[in-house]
Write a protein that binds this ligand. Structure first.
Ligand SMILES: Cc1ncc(COP(=O)(O)O)c(C=O)c1O
Length: 399
């Protein structure tokens, strides 16, 4: 049974209505009105609705691929991106799996950060028999500092050492990453690019939270596969447009990778969801032309930036423990100074507050928890209340 499940909450003797969860890795702002209108205009038209029930090409509808290229140029200045660089799929989880199948062979080595998104390890084991994983530590558990910022030369050296020792076929990081909400600085991304390009390896960047940034993004947000053919971007509609359940994502890569993905997707999904693609194409065409896409992304960013500020203030005031300042995204990680696997169920039972233990993201977070402000973005008073409850309990029991 999962910790957050109603049955578990009841079994712990808690009232589900009183539980405050910082566990969800999801967003809670509204999708753009024009996006909803685009769905309405398609489903209310008999011919368009009929069309939305047909297959598209395996790599996705050409119009949607073109509009996604315009989206990336419009928001992030990605140059020379065309539909030939884009493979549409059913969200980045499916695409990441298919990408692993496309780029990797059994027994290959992959370099991940420690900590990073917990799903990668399982996805790699599932997709690539005998895969070996090497981790580059980016969080110092002693000082709770993000090493690429506090020790850029040391991390670049360690990356080069690990790369030369293990010869990974793929280097993968998230920008901003889950759970740290930190962004690999440009200088480290440049080192990763140089090393991978030189040795014929791939550099993949998971941009699930690309549109959620609270500071100016680094230059690699505008890297194009037209100029850097070994770089692959993994993208999703889940977080920026609050479309987690309307499954749509895409890969940006050099044309030969997209061609290879076509063969893999023929075996996995046959084609992405047609209604989602028709809507996306229709919405983007209007929203780029009117400027409403930029307005929407800016407004959503302001909302999450505010929720991040409330969260950090509350952590500082009520927990008084080391934490990271998010660059973007939905999370912060807090050092709780004790094993988080044991701490989290005890804290839930005692306070009705749920946080996520850090160990699954990497060994550096064994004594840390992830706090997500995404679900509470419109209910920031609950952020303060939840962290006040947790802090009072931590002070009284010293867990
Ligand atoms: C870093 C990262 N990548 C990918 C995903 C999954 O995204 P999708 O909904 O597109 O499958 C998540 C979800 O939380 C995530 O945190």
């Amino acid at each position: 049974m999962k910790m957050a499940e109603r049955q578990n909450i009841l079994a712990m003797g808690l009232d589900p209505a009183q539980v405050i969860s910082f566990g969800g890795g999801w967003v809670n702002h509204a999708a753009p009105d024009e996006f909803q209108h685009a769905y309405q205009s398609i489903v209310s038209d008999p011919d368009l609705f009929h069309k939305s029930g047909g297959y598209t090409a395996t790599l996705g509808d050409m119009e949607c691929r073109e509009q996604i290229a315009r989206f990336e140029a419009h928001l992030f200045g990605v140059p020379r991106l065309g539909p030939e660089h884009i493979a549409i799929g059913m969200g980045s989880t499916q695409l990441t799996h298919d990408l692993f199948r496309t780029l990797l062979d059994p027994g290959d080595t992959v370099l991940l950060l420690d900590p990073t998104y917990a799903n990668y390890e399982g996805q790699l084991a599932f997709a690539v028999p005998g895969v070996k994983i090497v981790r580059l530590r980016v969080l110092d558990p002693e000082t709770w500092s993000y090493l690429p910022e506090t020790d850029p030369a040391g991390v670049a050296r360690e990356f080069a050492r690990l790369f030369d020792a293990h010869r990974p076929r793929l280097v993968l990081f998230g920008a901003p990453d889950n759970p740290t909400s930190q962004v690999v600085p440009q200088a480290l991304a440049d080192v990763m690019l140089a090393k991978t390009a030189d040795s014929g390896a791939w550099l993949a960047i998971d941009f699930a939270y690309k549109c959620q940034y609270f500071q100016t993004p680094p230059a690699y947000y505008a890297w194009s596969p037209a100029d850097r053919p070994n770089v692959v971007g993994i993208h999703s509609n889940s977080k920026w447009a609050r479309s987690l359940g309307r499954r749509l994502g895409w890969i940006e890569a050099a044309a030969p990778v997209v061609d290879a993905l076509e063969r893999v997707q023929q075996c996995s999904i046959l084609c992405p969801d047609t209604l989602s693609q028709m809507t996306m194409a229709r919405y983007l065409q209007g929203a780029i032309a009117s400027g409403s896409l930029r307005t929407y992304v800016d407004a959503a960013n302001a909302l999450y930036k505010n929720a991040a500020r409330v969260t950090l203030d509350a952590v500082d005031r009520h927990l008084g423990r080391p934490r990271l300042t998010p660059f973007g995204g939905l999370y912060t990680v807090v050092d709780i100074g004790t094993n988080a696997d044991a701490f989290v169920p005890k804290a839930l039972k005692a306070t009705g507050v749920l946080v996520v233990p850090g160990g699954g993201f990497g060994p550096s977070l064994t004594n840390g928890v992830r706090i997500s402000f995404g679900p509470l973005v419109h209910d920031t008073a609950k952020i303060d209340e939840g962290l006040a409850r947790l802090g009072a309990w931590m002070r009284s029991t010293n867990p």
